[in-house]
Design a protein around this ligand. Structure first.
Ligand code: PMP
Length: 740
């Protein structure tokens, strides 16, 4: 027959086959073939589909290890054989060497080759279509909900409950599954349909194209992964190798990889349900599935214990489909340390800033109610142009004569009391406070410091000692003053009792220093009292404190890193609002609108004495570009009347917050002035901040010793319409919280 139909002289050996009669043909020319004499009941559509797909694959990827089809002597793909009065169709298919993966020991290299081969197969299958691909197969996981009827047939309730959970979860995901990229797939790439080479290093064949369907592409690797587990060929850790191989040939989308867990557990459930059904209706069939069902049971238990999150993360890693934000987070933790701080439960990937808006990688706009560095608005064109212009001309240090640094120092000191006339340039608020500390010690000959409890002044070694809020242990040379009391500033009135309390507290702190053999070199004050909870005490509150500090020899350092440059609305400097006459002023954050810069300003005598004693030079401090940026900031502040805006918009926002506080029980005090406002949250503070960000696109933060004061500190170009957005978002967030 082989000679008659196919023109081959061959020796025939019978092979096993489920439905067809199969023979191995070893031809005289050394090639081997499988002759399939198809079952009389074979569906002609199925035969036609197999022929079509093998032809398609031979055309699209000729070296893919799938069997070639040999035509009859007359060139027909399907042969015809009369036998015992019946007409049988025949196929002659290339015999592929190798043994089934199911009979080999798997290893990661082999699994990667497996994945790569089926990835190639799916790539080659794109564009293939045949009506038969719509066939309905019980093994198609998309039909799992229909099989759920047989949950009762499962032997143990424990298994039943687990399978039910899988069916339920899968049912919910089905609509999304149908939306994934779909195509013709092999659909049954289990370890018995995959042939490996002698050394078990690579895949040399994929066979059996009888279960092909049109389905979500990701079902292909999912079936392979699931079957490796249920056939006991590989452990779950090894599946990543298959996925890696698959995606090397055929990339997957993030959404597809998100589905792997559902598809694999669903396929396990199908195995268990088909086995349960067969146990009642088809004992021989059940026996063939016994081991697979046992594996499916234990594997399902393991997968549910490990959890979708952990497994999916590992699969994303293998497939190279980690969502971009997750990828950045991992990379960041690897390069910057896991402790590098990030805002919000779902950190933002911000790529652009524009006035009061920050824009993320997906193009979503966030209203920035948090950043005081972008004082005149993010990427302000005037400041940007000044930086660009100067950078393109000259960017060097301050040991040459240059007008830039002088123009800026002139503009800055013109806005300060006349005794604050000389500037030292550094690069950050911390550095400015550090230099101020050295100056204060040098001028006074004292080594002690008075600071507010919970103060924040920066990160250098000396300044960290003045920063109890950062968890620094208290040091003998530092004494802390009590923060202003709740409710202070609301009526701009201070009671006699409060004044007495402030005076006694200052005396107590000074006595503590004395006991430790220290006199104060400086009293440091963040004039915004930000880290204390954004209190806004009137001048009367501070007067008894500063008087006593000065009497004890301290210089007054006004840390204007938060409050300087008009943020309070009422005054250009925070110390003015507090009624202070500082000996030293330190500046940072907002003055360069994002360009790093810090300044220490004091009297000429003080600065010159410090210079004479120690000399001072900071490489980047006051460089030409920083000076250009800072000068532009002052110009924009003036041109755009931003201090006035801070006052007007701040008052408007404050009134809005007060009306919210009257309606929402969770809100406490409204604090602060201008565009530095605090809103006390009595509960759920972190949740509220995260909801404002994730759901309303509004960026805020938390402040205060208890971390329960909503910190509202936007660029000074924040307008009424922005305040309206913020108030509406807080209102909606709190109403939704109350509804829960
Ligand atoms: N002083 C105060 C009041 C601050 O808020 C900060 C920064 N948060 C600093 C100093 C330190 O500034 P920098 O981070 O620029 O060193």
């Amino acid at each position: 027959m082989a000679r008659e139909v196919y023109g081959i002289d061959a020796v025939l050996t019978p092979l096993v086959g489920e439905r067809d009669d199969n023979f191995l043909l070893r031809s005289a020319d050394g090639t081997s073939w499988v002759l399939k004499i198809l079952d009389l009941a074979a569906d002609p559509m199925t035969v036609d589909c197999q022929v079509a797909v093998l032809r398609h694959l031979a055309e699209q990827d000729p070296s893919l290890p799938v069997p070639r089809l040999r035509a009859t002597r007359l060139g027909a793909p399907v042969g015809m054989l009369r036998f015992a009065g019946a007409r049988h169709s025949t196929l002659l298919i290339e015999y592929l060497p190798g043994r089934p993966l199911s009979a080999s020991t798997s290893n990661p290299r082999l699994l990667r080759s497996f994945g790569f081969t089926i990835g190639r197969l799916d790539r080659a299958l794109q564009g293939f279509f045949h009506a038969k691909l719509a066939q309905s197969l019980v093994w198609d996981v998309r039909r799992l909900p229909e099989l759920a009827a047989f949950v009762g047939d499962l032997e143990h309730d424990r298994v039943g409950r687990r399978v039910k959970a899988v069916v339920g979860a899968f049912g919910e995901r089905l609509p999304a599954l149908r939306g994934l990229p779909s195509q013709a797939i092999h659909g049954d790439c289990h370890a018995s349909n995959v042939l490996v080479d002698e050394a078990a290093q690579g895949i040399v064949g994929i066979i059996d194209f009888g279960d092909m369907i049109h389905a979500p592409r990701v079902l292909e690797p999912a079936v392979a992964m699931s079957e490796l587990l249920t056939e006991g060929v590989a452990a779950h850790e090894d599946l990543t190798a298959l996925l890696q191989g698959y995606t090397e040939a055929q990339p997957l989308q993030t959404a597809e990889v998100e589905f792997l867990y559902d598809l694999i557990t669903a396929r396990h459930a199908v195995t268990l349900l088909v086995h349960a059904w067969r146990s009642r209706n088809d004992l021989e069939g059940a026996r063939a599935l016994r081991d697979a069902a046992a594996h499916a049971d234990s594997s399902l238990e393991l997968l549910t214990t490990l959890g979708r999150g952990k497994l999916t993360a590992a699969w994303h890693e293998a497939a190279g489909t980690l969502p971009p934000a997750a990828r950045l987070r991992r990379r960041r933790a690897r390069l910057l340390g896991a402790g590098a701080e990030l805002f919000y439960d779902e950190p933002l990937h911000i790529v652009r800033g524009e006035d009061v808006w920050l824009i993320d990688a997906a193009g979503r706009r966030f209203l920035d109610v948090y950043n005081n560095v972008a004082h005149v608005g993010h990427s302000h064109p005037t400041v940007t142009a000044a930086i660009q212009r100067q950078c393109a001309t000259l960017a060097t240090h301050s040991r040459y004569l240059h007008e830039g640094i002088l123009d800026y120092a002139e503009a800055l000191t013109a806005r300060l009391p006349s005794h604050l006339d000389t500037c030292i340039f550094v690069n950050s608020g911390s550095e400015a406070n550090d230099v101020a500390w050295r100056i204060a010690q040098s001028v006074t000959g004292n080594q002690g410091a008075l600071i507010m409890e919970n103060a924040y002044h920066g990160i250098t070694h000396a300044v960290a000692a003045l920063t109890p809020v950062a968890g620094q242990r208290s040091q003998p040379h530092v004494a802390t003053l009590k923060a202003p009391p709740r409710g202070i500033g609301a009526l701009d009135m201070v009671s006699q009792a409060q004044l007495t309390y402030a005076a006694e507290d200052a005396e107590r702190a000074l006595a503590e220093l004395r006991e430790r053999a220290h006199a104060p070199a400086a009293l440091y004050l963040d004039t915004a009292l930000t880290s204390n909870g954004i209190f806004d005490p009137p001048p009367a509150w501070l007067a008894p404190i500063t008087t006593r500090a000065r009497d004890a020899g301290a210089l007054i350092v006004a840390d204007e890193v938060q409050y300087g440059l008009g943020r309070s609305g009422s005054h250009f400097w925070g110390f003015e609002r507090r009624g202070l006459e500082p000996d030293i002023v330190t500046l940072g954050k907002p003055i360069g609108n994002g360009f790093p810069l810090g300044v220490v300003i004091s009297s000429r005598a003080v600065v010159e004495e410090f210079q004479a004693r120690y000399g001072f030079f900071s490489t980047f401090g006051g460089n030409a570009v920083a000076a250009a940026a800072a000068l532009a900031v002052l110009q924009v502040l003036q041109c755009e009347r931003l201090q006035q805006n801070a006052q007007e918009t701040g008052a408007y926002l404050r009134a809005g917050l007060e009306s919210l506080a009257a309606r929402h029980a969770v809100l406490g005090e409204v604090r602060g002035a201008g565009l530095l406002l605090g809103l006390e949250l009595k509960a759920e503070a972190k949740r509220i901040v995260n909801i404002l960000c994730a759901r309303h696109g509004i960026l805020t933060g938390l402040e205060g010793p208890q971390g329960n004061v909503l910190k509202l500190r936007p660029p000074l170009s924040f307008r009424r319409m922005h305040a309206d957005l913020l108030i509406a978002a807080i209102d909606a967030t709190l109403s939704a919280l109350r509804g829960v």
